[in-house]
Design a protein around this ligand. Sequence first.
Ligand code: ADP
Ligand code: ASP
Ligand code: MG
Length: 403
Amino acid sequence: MKGPASANPLVIKFGGTSVGGGAAFGRAASIAAEAARERPVAVVVSAMSGVTNLLLGHAAGVVDRDGVVAGELRGALAERHLRAVREVVAPERRAEVERRVLALLDELVETIERPAESVKARRAGIAVFGERLSAEVLAGAIARAGVPAEVVAADPIATDRRFDEAEVDVDETERRCSRYIAPVLGGGGVAVVPGFVGRAPDGSPTTLGRGGSDLSATVIGRALGSSEVWIMSDVNGVLDADPRLVPDAMLMPRLSYHEAHTFAGLGAKVLHHKTMEPAAEARMTVRVRNTFAPETPGTRISADFADGDGVRCVALRRKVPMEIPCANGRRSETAMVVCIGSPSERDLKLGLRLLRKAKIRFLHAGFASAGLVFVVNGERGEDALRLLHGSLVTADAGVEEVA
Ligand code: ADP
Ligand code: ASP
Ligand code: MG
């Protein structure tokens, strides 16, 4: 039952870098604890950075020699998580959290040794331990920050049996969230939920797909009747291009659901591609913020915002299945730059002129539902992205963040 004390909880999701080690857990815990002094808070947490890759790598490579390698994996995970526990969990609670972490690691080894019904079921069964482990550490850290916190171990997100990219069962998830999360909130505690993890009808663990903790957050927000979800990451918000490819990418202070959904679908990694679906359906506000600079306003995505004018942001799709014949007779791969938003004929002409001037071969340019598309020689994809970002994206200057 959702009691009044748990009404409209804030959901805060922390990504892998936000819980990368002891210091990061401490920062995340203080953000959660501070928010929980104002309103009920459910936290969704990812695995410590790198841990899901480690688990999936293990799942892929250990068919013959489970015993030996499982021991090594257990040792590596114990080392990392227990170090974080020592750094951020209060001494009086430490032994209990250590015990829970070690019990999970025993369960992981058992899972590795047990035959699974399929390769995908096995991978999911192993991968979910990353989030289960980090949830224990984070709950311990939040308690140290002065607010009671409890791990929700019951996998509240109900899914189908697509183990690697499971589909959420909305009604059953709502029932499970009411049953397993709402009582924690009603009791005044922070509910710490492992992200990424789902539960098939027969109880088997499933996963929501790589990067799926973002989706866990909006799915749980919708189920709990939340009006706001924070996605805490290691960037200041959603930027108008991938900052790893475009160093002068700029913060987008606000986005419509449609813009955020399109950008996430085209590779803005800070949001899992399905994150906006529950948010738009339940008209929740999603704020993307930096765990390491919580004072910065971040990006706000809400029903209050309509699509902006002109080109809003750019995305690069590599290895587009269209090939350019080369002078040497071989065919090279192509890349596609998508200029998302409401571009004009003028943007198209300007883009083409700039590509020609920069001697970037293009195979196709034109309007698509997401915006303006330029298909170029694959080797020059990043150059084209930077060029088009620099000249076509309309600055969102002057937009005030409404606190
Ligand atoms: P988390 O562990 O918090 O989920 P991710 O690595 O999944 O973090 O997503 C954050 C990263 O996404 C950033 O560090 C950044 O490099 C990358 N990224 C790609 N495109 C964008 C974008 N348009 N805006 C912000 N970050 C982006
Ligand atoms: N830990 C999972 C992954 O690495 C889910 C997530 O980080 O959102 O894919
Ligand atoms: Mg992510």
